[in-house]
Design a protein around this ligand. Structure first.
Ligand code: GLY
Ligand code: MN
Ligand code: MN
Length: 416
């Protein structure tokens, strides 16, 4: 029987059928190959200098190497190579879709790591919520999150650059990048939208908490927050194997439109708003994405699954039907983004639904996102994230954090 051989330099993925995993050793301290064979549970382990000879002795029908485009980032993963590879029949096309598919459905061991990254990252978010004070810089919160993840969880890396937007910055979807490095001072009355996730053994987490910097929601902040929470919980209730992810996005959009109408920002018939894609003005991103080794994990658009070219939906990083073992984020949000609001106000098909005098009150408000990580189970879902979510939970939690901080300061003689 001819065998496929898959080469690894440092990370072992799940094993496709009829494939022999060979680990190529390139570590500073030289352990015997047996050590790595056991540690990484591969079939064989050899020193890198032996690769050509070892493979030649096996006379493989084909060597599979990993090359392909990530449908999310557009980045190309480049295949492994070594001196002497030209003597083999190498195929760099078969493996990529197979590996991507392996990564979409998590094993129990992968789920265990993802539960851990979520547990520690949830705790770190709570630490931040307790510590935040008006007058602090956004980056102090980023730093505290990272410190907690590393010291308490051994999580050296985050799965993406922390997004710590306060005030109007909370409506900037990927705020926190080098051009806007979480450097605003947090002000009284600001909403904080902190999107941060720690990573462990290459597996990520992706959690967003939105809360008032001073610990107390205003009436408008509460109304928008509860609208997003309603969308989040409606999706969680509907999630189960077989459900289409674009339908979950549509569900969240509909809840947002209903709630924005109830608040008074929108007026008219929600079905008609859906027809003109009004939801995408307030939530211009996708509802959520696959999560794993990459924060926006691979496998979102396998052959046969097409991107839906409509506002909002086209930003979805997957349009698949859900299957047991998938891990995804659920991250609805409502944002007041100036240029999108202007665009809607200038489009008669959309502006007829907008109550501009009420909307005026929300300009400069920023945005709310609630992002949780979930695993799809046989009958529904498992919530991996554990942070205060309702307005009451958040206010009580922050009040407790602030009173703890006060008593600590009293003990050290530093009265506030
Ligand atoms: N933190 C990036 C995202 O939510 O997708
Ligand atoms: Mn996020
Ligand atoms: Mn996300």
């Amino acid at each position: 029987m001819s065998r496929r051989i898959q080469l690894f330099c440092c990370r072992v993925e799940k094993k496709p059928r009829d494939t022999v995993l060979i680990l190529v050793l390139c570590f500073a301290r030289i352990h015997p190959p047996e050590f790595f064979k056991n540690k990484y549970a591969v079939d064989e382990a050899h020193y890198v200098t032996e690769i050509s000879n070892v493979l030649a002795l096996k006379k493989p029908a084909v060597l599979l190497t990993l090359r392909g485009v990530n449908t999310d980032s557009g980045n190309v993963s480049k295949e492994a190579s070594f001196e002497g590879i030209s003597q083999f029949n190498v195929n760099n096309k078969i493996l990529h879709p197979e590996i991507a598919e392996c990564r979409v459905i998590k094993t129990d061991m992968e789920l265990e790591v993802l539960r851990y990254t979520n547990k520690i990252s949830s705790e770190a978010h709570k630490e931040v919520m307790k510590a935040v004070k008006v007058g602090m810089k956004e980056y102090e919160m980023e730093s505290l999150f990272q410190h907690y993840c590393y010291t308490r969880g051994g999580m050296r890396h985050t799965s993406y650059t922390c997004i710590c937007g306060s005030g109007e910055n909370s409506s900037v979807l990927h705020y926190g990048h080098a051009g806007a490095p979480n450097d605003k001072t947090i002000e009284d009355g600001d909403l904080c939208l902190f999107d941060m996730g720690g990573e462990y053994y290459c597996y990520g987490s992706d959690i967003t908490c939105t809360f008032p910097a001073n610990g107390k929601f205003t009436a408008d902040q509460r109304a928008v927050y509860e609208a997003v929470l309603k969308a989040s919980r409606a999706v969680m209730k509907a999630v189960k194997p077989g459900v289409s992810w674009p339908d979950m996005h549509r569900l969240a959009d509909r809840v947002h439109l209903e709630e924005l109408t109830r608040i008074g920002i929108l007026k008219g018939n929600v079905d008609d708003m859906v027809k003109v894609h009004l939801g995408a003005i307030f939530m211009p991103h996708g509802l959520g994405h696959l999560l794993g080794i990459d924060v926006h994990d691979v496998g979102g658009y396998p052959e046969g699954v097409e991107r839906i070219d409509e506002p909002g939906l086209r930003s979805l990083r997957t349009a698949r039907r859900l299957q047991q073992g998938m891990v995804l984020t659920i991250e609805p949000g409502i944002y007041f983004i100036e240029h999108l609001l202007e665009q809607a106000l200038q489009d008669p098909a959309q502006s007829c639904f907008i109550n501009s005098s009420v909307l005026q009150r929300f300009r400069g408000f920023g945005g709310v996102r609630i992002e949780d990580d979930i695993a799809v189970t046989a009958t529904g879902m498992e919530l991996l994230t554990c942070v205060p979510r309702t307005v009451e939970e958040i206010e009580a939690f922050m009040a407790e954090g602030q009173s703890r901080a006060k008593s600590f300061d009293c003990l050290s003689g530093q009265k506030q």
